[in-house]
Write a protein that binds this ligand. Structure first.
Ligand SMILES: CNc1ncnc2c1ncn2[C@@H]1O[C@H](COP(=O)(O)O)[C@@H](O)[C@H]1O
Ligand SMILES: [Zn+2]
Length: 336
């Protein structure tokens, strides 16, 4: 089964760039871009992937600062994007939607940040057999003006490169910021044809969950606290829930793999996709998430193929790209 899942051409729809850089690639990046590694750096790497028992979302958010340092220069960001795409391709991910929060600092404006990532995606996709789309992220913990700039850039750059920029991600610490403040800017993105992937119900916040469901979205990140009525709503609206098993268990929003809501989504026959979220931080791969899901819930090979087919269906790819992915999947299943 493990070999089968590794070989399966997969679709990753929920991956944050700075969370997806695995520990070996972080070391490679540090070596390539910033020179010799020190013992201190090695122990920082070790701390990065260690989650103590009882860790929470806050512990997780603190880990991002480490990679954010490494990607705070153009060269670092460019190489990190290339390495991340390479690693997904190595894991037989045929289609990847990568999200990232444009950041400004002394080295880059938010526009330059996005341009560097876009150029790196173009370069990496010529070297690896993978299609990549970009979803600029809004960090809900940052001021509204930043979100407005991000959406304006996504609209402008998306008009130049519509095949590359597919939508907007709404993420960040769910304990910070108010969704209702961001609804108008998200609505503007939607009016301009950008799809919305929204982190929703990662924590139990019933009034915000209601607001988000009323507002609508193309895909729902996590959906942990939606409950049965929320799942029924998602099914009725054909909105898939992006399930990230290791992420939810390691950050403590789900108590164990066995109690993950993926099970209820299967039982309710609601739309769902399997994703990694931050495979670097959580020290996982999409293949490993499939192994986890199949071992925990007894998924068969054919259910894993169906899950991938659902991901194709709910991706922000064009009809032609979806057809190509389905053909690759059929070709793979015929060879089994
Ligand atoms: C664990 N669950 C999560 N919930 C909410 N937001 C998350 C997240 N994991 C990652 N991010 C968001 O993605 C950023 C890192 O990638 P980028 O710097 O944008 O590439 C984090 O700082 C956070 O804003
Ligand atoms: Zn996420």
């Amino acid at each position: 089964m493990i070999k089968f899942l590794q070989g399966l051409p997969k679709v990753e729809l929920h991956a944050h760039l700075n969370g997806s850089l695995n520990i070996d690639s972080i070391k490679e990046l540090a070596e390539n871009v910033y020179g010799q590694q020190s013992d201190e750096f090695a122990s920082m790497c070790e701390r990065f992937i260690t989650f103590k028992k009882g860790s929470n979302l806050n512990d997780c958010f603190q880990k991002f600062a480490f990679v954010h340092e490494l990607t705070s220069t153009r060269k670092g960001l460019e190489r990190a994007t290339e390495l991340t795409i390479r690693d997904f391709a190595k894991d037989n991910v045929m289609y990847l939607e990568l999200r990232t929060t444009p950041k400004s600092n002394d080295n880059m404006t938010r526009r330059a940040y996005l341009e560097v990532v876009m150029a790196a995606i173009e370069k990496a996709t010529t070297e690896h057999a993978i299609t990549v789309k970009l979803l600029p992220s809004i960090n809900r913990g940052e001021p509204l003006e930043v979100a407005e700039e991000t959406v304006a850039l996504a609209i402008e750059l998306g008009q130049k490169e519509p095949e590359l920029i597919a939508g907007i991600d709404f993420s960040g610490d769910p304990n910070q910021g108010k969704f209702s403040d961001f609804a108008p800017v998200l609505e503007k993105a939607r009016q301009h044809g950008l799809k919305l992937a929204i982190h929703c119900a990662e924590i139990d916040n019933p009034s915000e969950i209601r607001e988000m469901l009323m507002f609508g979205m193309s895909r729902c990140g996590h959906g942990t606290f939606l409950g049965n009525s929320g799942f029924a709503h998602m099914k009725e609206q054909n909105i898939p829930i992006e399930c990230c098993l290791s992420s939810n268990v390691k950050t403590g929003t789900v108590s164990s793999f066995g109690s993950h809501h993926l099970k209820q989504l299967f039982l309710a026959d609601a739309p769902k996709v399997l994703c990694t979220d931050d495979c670097g931080v959580f020290d996982s791969t999409l293949s490993e998430e499939f192994v986890l899901a199949s071992e925990t819930f007894g998924l068969t090979r054919s259910q894993c193929i169906d899950l991938t087919m659902e991901a194709v269906q709910h991706s922000f790819a064009s009809p032609e790209e979806k057809l190509k992915m389905k053909m690759r999947l059929y070709a793979f299943t015929r060879r089994q």
